[in-house]
Every structure is written in C-alpha cells, then in structure tokens.
Design a binder for this molecule. Structure first.
Ligand SMILES: CC(C)(COP(=O)(O)OP(=O)(O)OC[C@H]1O[C@@H](n2cnc3c(N)ncnc32)[C@H](O)[C@@H]1OP(=O)(O)O)[C@@H](O)C(=O)NCCC(=O)NCCS
Length: 187
C-alpha cells in the first residue's frame, strides 16, 4: 500500500471536507459540544474548501495524503504565521494551520511525513521557523508535536465556534530538523 503526499487543488475540496469531518468528530467528540462540532462542519464544508483552494496565495500550501485505492486519507495546510502582536509568537515566521488524518491512518508515520513536507515547503518559501496551535485538551496532538521537538510557547483562552477553549502554541525555531525527518511508515 503506497500513500503519497501531493499539493491539493480545488478538485480535492470534497475529500478534504470529508476527512476533516470524520477526523474532527473522532478527535473532538469528547472535547467540544455537539453544537460546536455542527457549527464547524457547516463552516468547513466542501464549498468553503473549494473557495479556499481556489485562492492563489503562493505562501499558503495545502497538501493531501492519498493512496491509489484509499483516496484522500489526510491533509495539512501551512503558511505565514497569523496574528502579529505577541513578541513570543513574532519570533516564528510560519504556521501549521491544520493537520488531520482519518483515524485508521493515524499512528503509522503519516503525520510526521506531512509535518516534514510542510516544513520543507515553508522553508522553500523563506520561512525558517513555525508554530502550531492545538486545543489543550487534545493531548494526543500536543504529545505528537512535543515528540517532534515542538516547544510549548504559551497557552491562551480563545473563542472557538461559540465556545471558549484553551489553546496551546508549540513552536520550532529552526525547521531544518523537522524538514529532514523521514519516518518509517507502518502498514
Ligand atoms: C495528530 C496527528 C496528525 C499525528 O499524526 P500520526 O500519523 O498519528 O502520528 P505519527 O504516526 O506520524 O507519529 C509520529 C511519532 O509521534 C509519536 N506520537 C504520535 N502521537 C503521539 C502522542 N500522542 N504522544 C506522544 N508521541 C506521539 C509516535 O509515537 C511516532 O513516533 P515513533 O515513530 O518514534 O513511534 C494524527 O494523529 C491526527 O490526525 N490526529 C487527529 C487530528 C488532530 O488532532 N490533529 C491535530 C490538530 S492540532
């Protein structure tokens, strides 16, 4: 079974929305209210993704993880860091915006592959550092980023689809190590 990473385009909108919906439900069912999950689903539907993937911003990159038989099983989106005032965050050029895999493709090495691919693309666009935001309650994602040597930068309370949630920022000051990771993929 071979799973490839490639740049995403508008044609992938339906698949990305599907992967996000399934992965969100599995990840956040116990962390967010059903109302918030429903609001997220509506906001990030295929139409949203089509519009977003049609936008031509050379610094934002969307990648999909795809198998010939499996179709799209994961995706990641990265680009310039959003939000500019905090002095700690300002030390980081780039940001991993989203990273979601279908549950059956998690813990097999694909998350690292996508992180490494995004780090390479960010570097190719002159961003040498990056951060990521995760819900504090998403211990698995925070554990994953720490396993990849991400440092915890701060925790803040933020509004999120009608709820107030704690989010943690983790950062990599030098993306070279992340960019050079080549994990062994487990079948
Ligand atoms: C978080 C996510 C992207 C990680 O990807 P993944 O494919 O499951 O992780 P990998 O198999 O690539 O893991 C790579 C390494 O990190 C480690 N790791 C993974 N999850 C971990 C955790 N919770 N705690 C500690 N280490 C972890 C693995 O053990 C592995 O190390 P190894 O190769 O030395 O065994 C994926 O699980 C996912 O899509 N989760 C649901 C959605 C989500 O939470 N996204 C992030 C939102 S901010």
């Amino acid at each position: 079974m071979e799973i490839f990473i490639r740049p995403a385009g508008p044609v992938d909108a339906e698949d990305i929305a599907r992967v996000q919906r399934i992965s969100w439900a599995a990840t956040y069912a116990r962390q967010l209210s059903p109302e918030s999950l429903a609001r997220v689903e509506t906001a990030w539907d295929a139409r949203h993704w089509r519009r977003s993937l049609e936008r031509t911003d050379d610094r934002v990159i969307s990648l999909v993880l795809e198998g010939a038989d499996e179709g799209v099983v994961g995706f990641g989106v990265a680009g310039p860091r959003r939000g500019g005032r905090d002095p700690i965050l300002r030390a980081y050029d780039g940001e991993i915006y989203l990273l979601y895999l279908l549950p059956t493709f998690q813990r097999r090495g694909h998350g690292v592959r996508l992180m490494a691919a995004m780090a390479r693309v960010l570097r190719a666009r002159s961003m040498e550092s990056a951060l990521v935001w995760a819900l504090s309650s998403n211990r698995s994602a925070v554990g994953f980023y720490q396993h990849l040597s991400g440092s915890i930068l701060m925790q803040v309370r933020k509004p999120f689809f009608g709820e107030s949630v704690n989010e943690i920022a983790l950062g990599w000051r030098d993306l070279r190590i992340l960019a050079s990771m080549t994990p062994t993929v487990r079948e």
